[in-house]
Design a protein around this ligand. Sequence first.
Ligand code: B12
Ligand code: SF4
Length: 413
Amino acid sequence: MREMALSAGADDVGFVSIDDPAIAFERAEILAAFPYARTLVSFVMRMNRENIRSPARSLANVEFHRVGDETDAVSHRLTRMLEDMGVRAAYPAMAFPMEAARWPAKMWVVSHKPVAVAAGLGKMGVHRNVIHPKFGNFILLGTVVVDVALDSYSRPLDYNPCLSCKLCVAVCPTGAIAPDGGFDFAACYTHNYREFMGGFMDWVETIADAKSAAGYREKVEDAESVSMWQSLAYGPNYKAAYCLAVCPAGEDVIGAYRGDRSGFLQSIVDPLKKKKETIYVTPLSDAEDYVKRRFPHKRVKRVANGMRAASIASFARGLSLRFQKKRAAGLSAVYHFAFSGAERKDLTVRIDNGRLEVGEGLIGKADLVIRADAQSWLRFLRKERSLLWALVTLEIRLRGDPRLLAAFGKCFP
Ligand code: B12
Ligand code: SF4
């Protein structure tokens, strides 16, 4: 199997049993798409480093797309070889296409990162990308699912190639990567994915809201319209991915950093930090404050990111993705949500000075109780219904200090 994967074009490969506890959290979803799954063949594809490092992001994007396509091609070739041998096999996309009907919930079919880690192909660094011991983080990941069990499976690496140098933290233009390994999903997603999914939805709605071409141009610069066309024509363009660009970890990569640290910083890190560019942020988010403070030469543009809850379940799931730690500083409160109507659900949300816990059921004593009709709450979140109206009509009822609801809103701008 290893020889087949390498001859199909993979740069390294490892094997994970469907019963491996490391992927237990995804087992049911994988089996739903591949009911015959017994083994996951995980592989890595190298990217050319200097393209990814260039401040000209078109260089990085052509490499992301080129290697991304090649990753799918390797999955396809290996699957064909197996099929020709009479072995059942299939593969999910490297990234897209995904199960878009599930939006805004998890749309992808297999999470390649945890599979690659279980397959011993690397470990997640502070920036949450997998770092291969030799190629560093200049890799993309693929997975092929097969219906045979193997004699033996791979073991995870017994060390983490991440150096904890925090260069990824320093260079990220949105402040998405925290030194302790925390990740502000909304910050990364709103900027880097400006021309994907929710960013694209926001662009479409901007067109729909514009009364004329001049009105549209007040909101969207010509270069942004051209960029959107480019993404539609040639594959969506990432705005940053600077965390990958600067990472010095990995046997093949680390020499330049160890040999001349200040040269590495000057030639690779500084050009990205100094680059004048537009950074897309959610209004009143931690990212907005961060860019203004750390990168005053970068221009901040406030946008929507399309992350709207389609159900109470997705409201609950989305809370941790959208939570803004800094906005929550000084707030300590317990919220009970009791949803009725189309979707009945009880939730307890505890915010304690920048920390968030979300649990099912009504646990402990609440500082604010919110009883709401599920549809009314979703309409309020989508700004289709005013809170005042919902309170007057008793579709939403509060018990406790109503200012705590405003404080809650600030944590999830
Ligand atoms: C979702 C996703 C994202 C999200 C979330 C990133 C994240 N840390 O998980 C966003 C849009 C922010 C993103 C950005 C990037 N990504 Co991405 N992404 C994925 C995807 C589809 C799944 C990630 C995953 O494994 N999640 C599962 C859990 C275990 O990971 P987690 O970190 O604990 O949880 C996060 C997600 O679950 C996410 N999430 C939860 N619910 C939802 C719902 C929706 C709608 C979305 C969008 C996300 C989301 O939020 C959590 C918190 O961050 C994979 C492709 C795939 N099919 O595997 C590529 C993948 C992880 N991405 C990759 C890359 C390269 C990037 C970027 C560099 C983009 C780029 N090319 O510019 C940046 C790096 C940002 C970073 N530092 O992490 C590579 C990583 C390669 C490597 N060496 O590890 C992958 C593996 C694609 C590939 N086939 O190679 N990505
Ligand atoms: S840049 Fe440094 S801290 Fe960040 S992932 Fe790479 S080695 Fe780890």
